[in-house]
Design a protein around this ligand. Structure first.
Ligand code: NAD
Length: 299
């Protein structure tokens, strides 16, 4: 038996606010592999997430009988590197009032204080934000474009920069990308396609730099569609799910569990030797050259 064994390892998963997204699926897989898990939750979603947890509304049961437990839940805003970056209107926003220490550097520092140097083995970036995602790229404003890049791509650079020093050699970093990084996908606008392209390119460069500096591996997963809260807000996901399930190499609907398992594998010792790669977990959809047409489908 060749198990994915993450017992004795610690993960920080950024971008978890409910049990419908890829972040939760990754948490679930890491928990099944035995890792201790800390999560970073975007301040505007912090209250609803912690309340849902307290009320037992989230699916914390694991198929093998265990239960998802979190070592820490940090408020975490990937738009800000240090406290000096947080503008007054955000500080005074009612969803931020009462919360402290939510910038990337402060969360890394809190991990160091709580758990010591060399406390981290797995770093997950499962977040994205593009305020103008509904607008075609050609109609996107400069500020909308740069915000999409800042929240969805630079955030990954900053996380590796600030959490990398805490990571033990052999550890793994993984983020979530999407095919729009390399193909035109109507409806995925506002610079989000550009942000995913940056994320994939940065994965290669960060893999080299962080590999040399800390001996850790950086990879990204290009995932198929999932009806997460974020994807529902974009509005095209139901059509995409149908399209993927009709046309992918493997029939059926992409499950979040596949992405969670792939992330756990990439960050585990079984993924040693894999760095700087974009791994497609999309039922083979990315390899499609022509959509299946029921009228001319080869038998
Ligand atoms: P999700 O809603 O579960 O996750 C997105 C998370 O990002 C949310 O928890 C949100 O609170 C958080 N977030 C937004 N802005 C943030 C900020 N400034 N700082 C910290 N957190 C912030 O949705 P998801 O679809 O599971 O998204 C997770 C990742 O998967 C994203 O990178 C997304 O682009 C990627 N992805 C999703 C799909 C899909 O179809 N759902 C497909 C491919 C890739």
């Amino acid at each position: 038996m060749l198990p994915i064994d993450l017992r004795g390892k610690r993960a920080f998963v950024a971008g978890v606010a409910d049990d419908r997204g890829y972040g939760w699926a990754i948490v679930r897989a890491l928990a099944r592999a035995g890792a201790s898990i800390c999560v970073g939750t975007w301040p505007p979603t912090m209250k609803i997430f912690t309340k849902s947890l307290e009320r037992g509304k989230l699916d914390q049961e694991l198929p093998d009988g265990g239960r998802i437990e979190f070592e820490r839940i940090f408020p975490f805003d990937a738009m800000f590197d240090t406290p000096d970056d947080v503008p007054d209107d955000v500080r005074q926003d009612k969803r931020y009032v009462g919360l402290t220490g939510y910038t990337i550097q402060e969360v890394a520092d809190a991990m160091r204080t709580d758990f010591g140097e060399g406390c981290l083995d797995v770093l997950v970036h499962s977040l994205a934000n593009g305020p103008e995602v509904h607008r075609p790229l050609v109609e996107t404003s400069r500020s909308g474009y740069l915000t999409a890049l800042s929240a969805s791509a630079y955030s990954m650079v900053s996380m590796v920069q600030r959490f990398g020093p805490l990571m033990r050699p052999g550890g793994g970093v993984v983020s979530l990308s999407y095919l729009a990084a390399e193909r035109a996908v109507p409806g995925y606008g506002g610079g989000m396609s550009s942000a995913k392209a940056a994320l994939e390119s940065d994965t290669r460069t960060l893999a080299f730099e962080a590999g040399r500096k800390w001996g850790i591996r950086v990879n990204t997963i290009s995932a198929g569609p999932l009806a997460s809260r974020a994807a529902k807000a974009i509005g095209t996901v139901d059509r995409m799910l149908k399209y993927y399930s009709t046309n992918s190499a493997l029939e059926g609907v992409q499950t979040a569990e596949d992405v969670g398992n792939a992330a756990a594998f990439l960050c585990s010792p079984l993924g040693a030797g894999i760095a700087g790669t974009t791994l497609y977990v999309d039922n083979g959809y990315h390899a499609l050259g022509m959509a299946v047409d029921p009228d001319c489908h080869p038998e």
